[in-house]
Ligand binder design. Structure first.
Ligand code: NCD
Length: 331
C-alpha cells in the first residue's frame, strides 16, 4: 500500500466528527481504501504500527467495535491490550483516570475508549495532553454523544458501493434516510456530520418521542438545508438512495418512549413494501446489533441484494486500520 496521504494528518485524537473537515474525510477514505487492498492480500498484515501498543478500554459492552479495533491493530502489527469494565479493577473502585494511567505506564500509545457517559474519551484525552504524554485517544462510542469510527465505516461502505472515482463530495445529490432511535443514537449524531459534509441530504424519521425537534438545529447553519426531520416514515423513504436503520436502544429507554416494539415495527420498521418507496436499487445499512423484525424485517436484512450490513462489518476493519494508522504515525 502507499502510505502517502493527500493531506498531512493533524488530529492527535479522534473524539468527534463535529470538528472534521472535508479534507480529513477524504484522507480517511483514501487511507481506508489502501488498507482494504491490504486486507484482500494473502498476507493481510503490514508493519505500520510495529512496536506500538493499542489498548482497547471498553467500559461498556461491545462485540463488533471492540473485535474490529483489535483486528485492525493486529493487522497493523501493533500489540493489543484488552480491558473490559466488568472484569477489571473498576469493580474494585479504581477511577477511569487511574485505569488510563495504568495502561499509559505499560506503554500504551493509543487508547480506544468506549464509555456509557458522554465526554469520557474527551476528558481522558485532555488529561493525557495535560500530562504531556504522546498517548492518542480514539472515541469508540461515548454515551449518546458520538461514535466516529462507526459513521466513518458507514461512509466508507457507501464510498465503496458507489465506486466513486474521488471522495470529493461523493454523496452530492444522494438522499439518505436515517430511521430509528435517533434520540439515543451516537451513531446518528456522527453520521449527520459525515454524510452532510460529503454532500448528502439526510432525512431523519422516528416517532416524536425518539426524534426531538432540536435535531433540526444540530448542524451548523451552512448544512441545515441538508437535514430534514420527519415524524412519519413515508416521506423519509421516498426516492431515498440509502436507508440507514438504527437499533431501538432498549437499555436506554427508561421512560417508556414507545408503546411496544411491535407498534414501532408497524409504523417505522423497514419492510420490503416500505423499501419500494425508495429508489429501485436502494441499499439498507444497520450498525448492529440488530433487533430482527423490529427496525428491519428479517428477510430484508438477510437479502444480499438490499443489505450492506456485512459490507459495513468488513469496512470496519479497514477504516479502523486507517484511523489507528493516521493517529499512530502523525507527529
Ligand atoms: C452501536 C453502538 O454501540 O453505539 N453499535 C456499534 O457500535 N456497532 C449502535 C447500537 O448499539 O445500537
Amino acid at each position: 500500500m502507499t502510505t502517502e496521504t493527500t493531506t498531512a494528518w493533524t488530529k492527535p485524537h479522534i473524539l468527534s466528527l463535529e470538528t472534521f473537515a472535508a479534507p480529513e474525510y477524504e484522507t480517511l477514505l483514501e487511507t481506508a481504501d489502501s488498507f482494504r487492498e491490504v486486507l484482500s492480500r494473502r498476507t493481510k498484515k503490514v508493519p505500520a504500527l510495529q512496536g506500538q501498543v493499542v489498548a482497547n478500554l471498553f467500559f461498556e459492552p461491545s462485540t463488533r467495535t471492540r473485535s474490529s479495533f483489535e483486528l485492525a491493530a493486529k493487522r497493523l502489527s501493533a500489540d493489543t491490550l484488552n480491558f473490559s469494565g466488568s472484569s477489571s479493577s473498576l469493580a474494585k473502585g479504581e477511577t477511569i483516570f487511574d485505569t488510563a494511567k495504568t495502561y499509559m505506564a505499560m506503554g500504551a500509545n493509543i487508547m480506544v475508549i468506549r464509555h456509557r457517559q458522554a465526554g469520557v474519551p474527551h476528558t481522558i484525552a485532555a488529561e493525557m495532553d495535560r500530562l504531556q504524554t504522546d498517548v492518542r485517544i480514539l472515541n469508540a462510542g461515548d454515551g449518546q454523544h458520538e461514535h466516529p469510527s462507526q459513521a466513518l465505516l458507514d461512509l466508507f461502505t457507501l464510498y465503496q458501493w458507489l465506486s466513486s472515482s474521488s471522495p470529493h463530495q461523493f454523496l452530492a445529490g444522494k438522499k439518505v434516510a436515517l430511521v430509528g432511535d435517533i434520540l439515543h443514537s451516537r451513531v446518528a449524531r456522527s453520521n449527520l456530520y459525515s454524510l452532510t459534509a460529503m454532500g448528502a441530504t439526510v432525512h431523519l424519521a422516528a416517532p416524536p418521542t425518539l426524534l426531538p425537534k432540536a435535531f433540526q438545529g444540530l448542524l451548523p447553519e451552512s448544512y441545515q438545508d441538508q437535514l430534514i426531520c420527519h415524524w412519519e416514515i413515508e416521506p423519509a423513504l421516498a426516492e431515498a438512495d440509502f436507508i440507514m436503520t438504527l437499533r431501538l436502544q432498549k437499555e436506554r429507554m427508561s421512560d417508556h418512549l414507545l408503546p411496544s416494539l411491535r407498534e414501532y415495527h408497524q409504523r417505522f420498521g423497514i419492510t420490503r413494501d416500505r423499501a419500494r418507496l425508495a429508489k429501485d436499487h436502494v441499499k439498507i445499512l444497520h450498525p448492529g446489533p440488530v433487533n430482527r423484525g423490529v427496525e428491519i424485517s428479517s428477510d430484508l436484512m438477510d437479502d444480499p441484494e438490499c443489505s450492506l450490513i456485512s459490507q459495513q462489518v468488513a469496512s470496519g476493519v479497514a477504516v479502523r486500520m486507517a484511523l489507528l494508522y493516521l493517529i499512530g504515525t502523525s507527529s
